[in-house]
Design a protein around this ligand. Structure first.
Ligand code: 2NE
Length: 270
């Protein structure tokens, strides 16, 4: 595949090919742990994918065959968060979770090794997870002085159920890709050398589907869980669809033409 580099970054790779955006955490020496700068770069790449008309689905993965992501970089963990280059403590990965959640296009985690701690949370917040058979899943927060009681817990419980979610967090055990698939938090497990092919195939199928239909399904599934924020995003897309209708155009036209709008011409569906 002829992946085109979209932009050069220090901590990530951002590429695209035939409608697919591929974002790779590129810090293999620390098992693709993220520091604040990594997260800033991930957010920029995801924001670009959101804006780009020619990108319909996004893959998130890690460089190499050892790790998808091992969570926050323990080398820069300080008081109050992960310390950025300016010395400011941050937990900006939560902003990335929100971006992935809000992304009106499918996001697929292509898990190529360890998905541990905050790396596990990243695969949890993606819409789909395709994993290689050497992938290992687990939480480590309560072992290393951290936790994610947000999407990393509550949304995880929607995947695997409350008992399993509590087990994953309380015990911090590691689970094989097969166990993760059996629990319902992984969609498909394939041999490592087939991982990208399989993920691309899933992406290509989704690219053939109606983008608006996929968007509305994601919004609806999120809205059930995300309270007022979820309803707001679903409602925002309802407004988008309304703006595409003649009925909404009539209101705008009438205002600009300084006349009363004629909404009687539009059907009142049962
Ligand atoms: C991932 C795991 C289980 C792999 O174990 P193993 O034995 O196969 O490899 P090893 O030797 O531990 O790791 C390989 C290299 O990667 C570095 C290691 O220090 C090691 O470096 P060298 O000794 O070769 O120089 N490395 C791995 N993970 C790292 C990390 N997160 N930060 C910095 N360097 C890392 C094993 O490595 C592991 O358990 N890693 C730590 C996982 C972890 O605790 N992550 C943070 C959890 S908290 C979090 O992510 C978080 C959150 O809970 C809430 C919000 C935001 C973030």
């Amino acid at each position: 595949r002829n992946w085109k580099t979209e932009k050069e970054y220090s901590d990530i790779k951002f590429e695209s090919w035939e409608g697919i955006g591929k974002i790779t955490i590129n810090r293999p020496s620390v098992y693709n742990a993220f520091r604040p700068e990594t997260v800033v770069q991930l957010i920029e790449a995801f924001d670009t994918c959101r804006e780009r008309q020619d990108i319909g689905v996004i893959i998130l993965t890690g460089e190499g065959d050892k790790a998808f992501c091992s969570g926050g970089d323990q080398n820069v963990k300080g008081h109050g968060g992960y310390i950025d280059e300016a010395g400011v403590p941050r937990l900006n990965v939560l902003d990335l979770h929100k971006r992935i959640r809000s992304m009106p296009k499918p996001v697929v985690a292509m898990v190529n090794g360890y998905a541990i701690g905050g790396g596990h949370v990243l695969h949890v917040v993606c819409d789909l997870t395709v994993a290689s058979d050497n992938a290992i899943f687990g939480q480590s927060g309560p072992k290393v002085g951290s936790f994610d009681a947000g999407f990393g817990s509550s949304y995880l419980a929607r995947h695997v159920g409350q008992k399993k979610a509590r087990e994953i967090w309380f015990l911090c055990k590691q689970y094989s890709a097969k166990e993760a698939e059996d629990m319902g938090m992984v969609n498909k497990v394939v041999p490592l050398d087939k991982l990208e092919d399989e993920t691309i195939e899933w992406c290509q199928i989704m690219l053939q589907r109606s983008p608006m239909a996929l968007r509305m399904i994601k919004r609806g599934l999120n809205a059930e869980l995300d309270g007022q924020t979820g309803i707001m995003e679903l409602a925002g897309d309802a407004t988008l669809m309304f703006y595409l209708m003649e009925e909404a155009q009539e209101g705008r036209k009438a205002f600009l033409e300084k006349r009363d709008p004629d909404f009687k011409q539009f059907p009142k569906f049962p």
